[in-house]
Write a protein that binds this ligand. Structure first.
Ligand code: IVH
Length: 722
């Protein structure tokens, strides 16, 4: 029996509040945007049928979002409104109809409405204020009336000018979207994975998390960007209109001095030096708008950033003024949302994979299906808990979605199609690779294989050890690692250093069909095994040999000590100089190292206390792997001891790595971000946020020539800003 409207309304409100909090406050949504929008729509529909049940605190009665704690609250010059949504061509037609009616141009002989269509950037709205062309503050949307003052973070975003090239006098507020380009998002998640930190679900969440971080130097390092599309300015004559309304006898002469059409505003924003997304178009009539939407629904995947739709705006401000606003939205604009990229397919089975730390994660194996241009065969199912919550069972038909356009996820099973008596998924009790009984600490959701020599853990550990960011052994890919482990040619990292050209050259690989189509065709073709060969073997042995001379931090990171990421490994190497000294350090000594907290220190101590570790390190040393240079000996005088130096921008006479190495050799600590403790900032070409931060903190800034002088004669410490 269907729930009574009042009950359903209550249930929807509770659900929406819950998901709003996940999204806006914690930046950790549990459902796709389309699912959330559907809940809001259902509530709005029920409320419009039963206005007597509408309450002031219903989620439909406010703009959305709320300020998080930690930043000062700031009031917007005018409320920052959101947009109504359209999901189909019919809804676009209905929008156009409302606009034409509102303007009184809905007769058969009236011409089409002039629209501007822009990409809807999937980021966070921001309002940036300039006073006489100089940046004065950046505020998030918050609840639309009050936002968070995130100026210190916005200042670090390089594409937001601190001074406009030209702009109207007085106070100007420009509005736009802050986003994280996909490439920067992928880099960020890669490094978080290496540091064993939780991953961001998509670029939008990463941008939101970053913008609200309380450390501006961290924000500066993440590569946020912005696009602007709107401007607000105080009017000379009082006006009741919000946004860009104009007053006076001549409707084409707005009193705020801003351009009289959206198209001209976009051009003006760009001329002032602000970043403007360049694919916007004039569209004469709704048919042109629909064609624009349809074409971007296909091509948006090629953009370097995420878009979730198209924003359609009436071009002329005079027409906007006549259309006005509802209580929540402008009547002159709407957001067309791209259809969610969904498909259904059969879940063949759920496999479990064992990672380098022993974490066992389920993997959905799917009947191949085409989704947003690629064939999908696998989807991640983060843990057992998620499978249970969504009630996903092997054999189900499932709805797949490319959320944030990265890894596809299973939204839900299609219950109506579930075969009768389909049993639920049961997590295996034993490791699928080494058969050890899996363990799960009470407060964790992840099951682990406890066996440190589990071949699956060994395979993933070897891949990590050889990785670009660790020992950087090019050519030691997944297939080769699998083979070496399966043949027991490699049982630990040290075995790699005993591989010979002869052994490697003779390895044979079954040719793998590369695509599902090739796999389907495979029986028709004979796939002959491929020999690794002398040439590849020789190249790999040379790569392995080279890695013997790597800097110590690469080895420390490659060993895969729990909680020790790349940065931690660098700090440890710098502090202790050699593996021996580090292995002998007490928890207190470890914790005294910058960036090393109690959890990491305890983990490092535990690692070195293990008998297997001691054996492994001894075997690596015997194989000639560099174990570091003592901090106290083997180095010249250390005249820069105790100084903390930050490098920024591009150097022309040496690489940053070389500069770091030479400064470190003189005893300096080369840090990644500017703080009060920084002694000197060396700024090369195109230095950005770190330079700004240094100036703000009054830290001495030197150029490359001064760096050269310093390296030649460390007593030449630069004084004051050159
Ligand atoms: S116009 C009153 N233009 O989408 C006019 N918004 O769903 C308000 N957005 O709150 C916005 N790209 O955060 C506009 N080209 C664009 C946009 C855009 C992204 C965001 C913005 C807005 C939300 C509405």
């Amino acid at each position: 029996m269907a729930a009574a409207p009042a009950d359903r309304i209550d249930a929807l409100r509770a659900l929406i509040r819950h998901h709003e909090e996940r999204y806006y406050v914690h930046d950790a949504p549990e459902i796709a945007d389309a699912e959330f929008d559907a809940l809001v729509r259902e509530l709005r529909d029920l409320e419009s049928a039963r206005p007597d049940l509408v309450t002031a605190d219903s989620p439909t009665q406010r703009v959305s979002g709320r300020p998080a704690e930690g930043f000062a609250t700031a009031e917007h010059l005018r409320p920052m409104l959101s947009l109504d949504n359209a999901y189909t061509d019919e809804e676009l037609d209905a929008f156009d109809e409302r606009v034409r009616k509102g303007l009184g141009t809905d007769g058969p002989t009236d011409g089409p409405v002039h629209y501007v269509a822009e990409l809807k950037i999937d980021g966070l709205s921001i309002a940036v204020t300039y006073e006489d062309g100089v940046f004065s503050r950046g505020v998030t949307r918050g609840d639309g009336v009050f936002g968070e003052d995130v100026s210190s973070n916005v200042r670090t975003i390089q594409s937001i000018p601190l001074r406009l090239k030209s702009a109207p006098d007085g106070r100007l507020e420009v509005r736009g979207e802050i986003y994280l380009p996909r490439a920067a998002f992928e880099r960020l998640n890669e490094s978080r994975e290496a540091d064993a930190e939780p991953l961001f679900a998509n670029p939008r969440n990463a941008a939101a998390g970053t913008l609200r971080n309380l450390d501006p130097s961290l924000v500066a390092s993440r590569g946020l960007r912005a696009f602007f599309y709107h401007a607000v300015r105080e009017e000379q004559v009082g006006s009741r209109e919000s946004g860009v309304g104009s007053r006076g006898d001549d409707p084409d002469a707005p009193t705020d001095g801003l351009p009289s059409t959206q198209g001209a505003l976009m051009e003006a924003l760009a001329a002032w030096g602000l970043p403007v997304e360049k694919h916007w178009r004039h569209c004469e009539g709704i048919e042109a708008v629909k064609a624009f939407c349809a074409s971007w629904a296909q091509t948006r995947q090629q953009l370097p950033f995420d878009t979730d739709g198209i924003v359609i705006k009436v071009d002329r401000r005079e027409e906007r003024r006549r259309l006005g606003f509802t209580s929540k939205f402008p009547r002159w604009a709407t957001a067309y949302k791209f259809p969610a990229q969904q498909a259904t397919t059969r879940l063949i089975r759920i496999d479990v994979q064992v990672g380098r730390t022993g974490a066992v994660t389920p993997l959905a194996v799917l009947a191949p299906v085409l989704l947003a241009g690629s064939t999908i065969q696998y989807a991640t199912l983060h843990n057992e808990e998620e499978i249970r919550r969504k009630d996903i069972r092997p054999g189900d038909e499932v709805l797949l979605e490319k959320g944030g356009d990265v890894i596809p996820k299973i939204v839900m099973p299609i219950l109506a199609h579930r075969p009768e008596g389909l049993p639920p998924f049961v997590m295996p009790a034993a490791c699928p690779v080494c058969a050890s009984t899996l363990e799960r600490p009470e407060d964790e959701v992840v099951w682990r294989c406890p066996n440190p020599s589990c071949p699956a853990r060994l395979r993933r550990s070897l891949e990590h050890f050889a990785g670009r960011r660790a020992m950087n052994i090019d050519g030691l890919g997944e297939a080769l690692v699998d083979k070496l482990v399966a043949l027991e040619l490699v049982r630990d990292f040290a075995d790699l250093y005993h591989l010979t050209v002869e052994t490697l050259a003779d390895l044979k690989f079954e040719a793998q069909p590369r695509t599902p189509k090739a796999a389907a065709d495979a029986p028709a073709r004979v796939l002959t095994p491929r020999r690794f060969g002398e040439k590849s073997a020789g190249a790999l042995v040379a790569q392995i040999d080279n890695s013997r001379r790597n800097e110590l931090w690469r080895l420390i990171f490659g060993l895969g000590v729990r909680h020790v990421g790349e940065r931690g490994a660098q700090a440890l190497a710098e502090a202790f100089g050699t593996m021996d000294v580090m292995a002998g350090a007490t928890v207190e000594q470890l914790q005294a190292v910058p960036d090393i907290g109690p959890v990491v220190a305890a983990s490092v101590r535990r690692f070195f206390d293990a008998r297997e570790t001691q054996r492994l390190i001894a075997r690596l040393a015997a194989a000639g792997v560099h174990m570091g240079t003592p901090v106290a000996e083997g180095r010249g005088p250390r005249p820069l001891e105790g100084r903390s130096i930050v490098l920024t921008g591009t150097l022309s006479t040496m690489s940053r790595d070389e500069a770091t190495e030479r400064l470190t050799a003189l005893g300096a600590r080369v840090a990644g971000s500017v703080s009060k403790k920084t002694s000197l900032v060396i700024a090369g070409e195109d230095a950005g946020s770190k330079l700004i931060k240094a100036r703000e903190l009054g830290i001495t800034v030197a150029d490359e020539a001064a760096l050269q002088r310093l390296l030649g004669d460390p007593s030449q410490w630069p004084s004051g800003n050159p």
